[in-house]
Design a protein around this ligand. Structure first.
Ligand code: ATP
Ligand code: MG
Length: 614
């Protein structure tokens, strides 16, 4: 029976309600996109606190991104009437929660791991890129087969160097967390009630972590959708639901079938695509009323895709100053933040971003790796990391080496002195000592440390980084990328942590434009998981891109199909698919009658009867 309760539980349908309030030891909600899984998970946390009187400090919710964690906390605070009601509840990604458990651990920033990998490769006389070694190390730590012929010893050497500097990498964090959780006699009370979103994308270590954390606990609640499993290349294993059934023979399974997100038109295009994959029971019933037809637009080139997207957004928003197409002004009522532009690869994002910016459309792009490959960016980040953690010898050493080109022995010596005295006088003496050819770097480091240290915790990362770059006479596109990412942060320490622990969808890059009306989101299909937008453009639905094929890796067609499905099901009201001259084979799985065909941007219009899918 349902009691009269205000708020989030009241809005749930019968199945969602049953899941949110289940008293079983273990509950798995397995359901398709937009069926309210995440909503149900949040409702359950609220129910535990409000109805069951569970202390927030005895609840942990695991999200896939840090952004999702923040949103969940905000939603719960609204729901339960303020900050205090949620205080003490743990909400975060597996990585962030592990870091919280391992108090004295320090995770190497990506700027440090890349540098270290480069050194190890040089030392071993190998010519591979640092990223290749890092990828290989990560695959091994996750028990995946190697992808290239980097010898075992080289990976081991990297680990040795990392650990001897007192650092963990992203994967170590989970392994250490698991070791800790298993070693504990009694599991910490904060995991008594454990809730996990996007369970289908957990890798085996995360699966073990969830079980170890919740050992001896009261309830485990996991939600997910095997059809949206898109991280098998990182070791995710959608069979985790079956394994959970073995671990908990009394596992309560709940299915949700009503889709509240998308129009029937969108679902009618998305479902036939996923149905080509093996698997049964994909019932997904639209709750929403009929809306606009899904559009498939043919484009001449990636550039014409960008031009079309920019114009279409401007048309729907209305009032944008359209320098090149003034005739389209003032038509719509949407705001910029209602649009997402999704594509398969990061490279496509760059071209799209340029097109939108050129038309004055404010946009924000998710992802980070491009600028982190830059030496200056790494130097700047290492420097501020050392200011944020002055007692951390490895951070100080990294700053000296990366930003001030100090040779390793000098950097190590200076860092040791610095750590011993916590100040500049001794280090200055060391700098003045003879025998070091690069004392200039050391002096500059001291000067800039004295200048920035008192401000690092107070001023905005963007101001600090910009001034630092000026002082160093550094400039370049990558540094601009870093500044455009820093824009989204108020404090340096969380900014650095975001770059270190953030998932793809967490690290945002913006800049330019007037932000008042929000911005269009550009992201890869991977980063879009769990999100929803009123209007979604899916760009580059072409052969070679979807499914994605590269020389190194043959396409995993089933997974690519899931990825495409994830992308399509992000849309609430309107879905626009853009394809070039050689469209993706997946488009052939959409019933043609469900698609409205058109041309995106052409110098010469073609008569409608000449349009066809292939
Ligand atoms: P995904 O698999 O993409 O992560 P999901 O199953 O987690 O999707 P949610 O994001 O929780 O789905 O919900 C999708 C949308 O449907 C949200 O806008 C949510 O507010 C809405 N929704 C879910 N359940 C209901 C409901 N019972 N009544 C009204 N709206 C709902
Ligand atoms: Mg969700």
């Amino acid at each position: 029976k349902r009691e009269a309760e205000p708020g989030i539980l009241e809005g749930l349908n019968t199945e969602q309600y049953a899941a949110a309030t289940a008293e079983d030891r273990a509950v798995a909600v397995v359901a398709g996109p937009g069926t309210g899984k995440t909503k149900t998970l949040v409702a359950r946390a609220a129910w535990l606190i409000r109805e069951k009187g569970v202390k927030p400090s005895e609840i942990t919710a695991v999200t896939f991104t840090n952004r999702a964690a923040e949103e969940m906390r905000a939603r719960l605070e609204r729901e339960l009437g303020g900050r205090k009601a949620v205080r003490g509840m743990t909400i975060g990604t597996f990585h962030a929660i592990c870091l919280g458990e391992l108090e004295d651990a320090r995770v190497a920033g990506p700027w440090e791991t890349a540098e270290l990998a480069g050194e190890v490769l040089r030392e071993q006389g190998l010519r591979s890129a640092p990223g290749t070694l890092l990828g290989e190390v990560s695959r091994r730590k996750n028990g995946l087969p190697g992808e290239n012929d980097i010898p075992e010893e080289v990976c081991g050497r990297y680990d040795e160097r990392l650990h001897s500097a007192g650092l963990l990498d992203f994967d170590d964090l989970l392994l250490e967390g698991l070791r800790r959780a298993r070693g504990e006699k009694r599991q910490s009370r904060r995991f008594r009630h454990l809730l996990v979103d996007e369970f289908q994308d957990g890798n085996p270590i995360q699966y073990e972590l969830a079980l170890a954390w919740n050992r001896g606990g009261e309830s485990l609640f996991v939600i997910g959708d095997p059809d949206q499993s898109i991280y098998s290349f990182r070791g995710a294993d959608a069979d985790c639901f079956a394994r959970l059934g073995e671990a908990f023979p009394g596992l309560r399974q709940v299915r949700l079938v009503k889709n509240y997100r998308s129009t029937p038109e969108i679902l009618a295009c998305a479902l036939p695509v996923i149905e080509k994959n093996p698997g049964a029971d994909r019932a997904l019933e639209p709750v929403r009323e009929s809306g606009a037809a899904v559009r498939l637009l043919r484009t001449e080139s990636p550039l014409s895709e960008g031009i079309f997207v920019a114009r279409e957004i401007a048309r729907q928003v209305g009032g944008v100053d359209m320098r090149s197409a003034g005739e389209n002004r003032g038509e719509g009522t949407r705001s910029f933040d209602q649009f997402a532009v999704l594509c398969r690869t990061r490279r496509q994002l760059e071209a799209l971003e340029r097109c939108l910016r050129r038309d004055g459309i404010p946009c924000v792009t998710a992802g980070r790796e491009d600028f982190l490959n830059d030496r200056l960016v790494r130097g700047a980040l290492a420097f501020f990391q050392s200011l944020v953690r002055p007692a951390d010898g490895a951070a100080v050493e990294a700053a000296l080496r990366l930003a001030f080109s100090c040779p390793p022995d000098l950097a190590a010596g200076a860092a040791a002195v610095w750590r011993g005295t916590g100040g500049g006088a001794e280090a200055r003496r060391l700098a003045a000592a003879e025998g070091y050819p690069q004392v200039g770097g050391l002096l500059q480091w001291l000067e800039l440390t004295e200048r920035f240290a008192p401000r690092a915790a107070r001023e905005k990362p963007m101001h600090l980084l910009r001034e630092f770059a000026q002082q160093m006479h550094w400039e370049g596109e990558a540094l601009e990328g870093l500044l455009n990412t820093a824009v989204f942060h108020r404090e340096m320490a969380p900014f650095l942590e975001n770059l270190t622990l953030g998932r793809e969808g967490d690290v945002l890059r913006g800049g330019g434009g007037s932000y008042e009306a929000g911005y269009v989101t550009l992201m890869t299909l991977h980063a879009a998981k769990g999100l929803e937008f009123p209007v979604v453009f899916l760009c580059g639905v072409n052969r070679g891109l979807i499914p994605y094929e590269s020389e190194r890796r043959k396409a995993d067609r089933a997974e690519e199909r899931r990825l495409f499905y994830v992308g399509m099901t992000r849309a609430r009201d309107e879905l626009l698919l853009l394809a070039g001259e050689d469209p993706s084979e997946f488009l052939a799985d959409i019933p043609p009658a469900r698609l409205e065909l058109g041309e995106a941007h052409r110098r010469r219009e073609r008569p409608a009867e000449q349009l066809s899918l292939f």
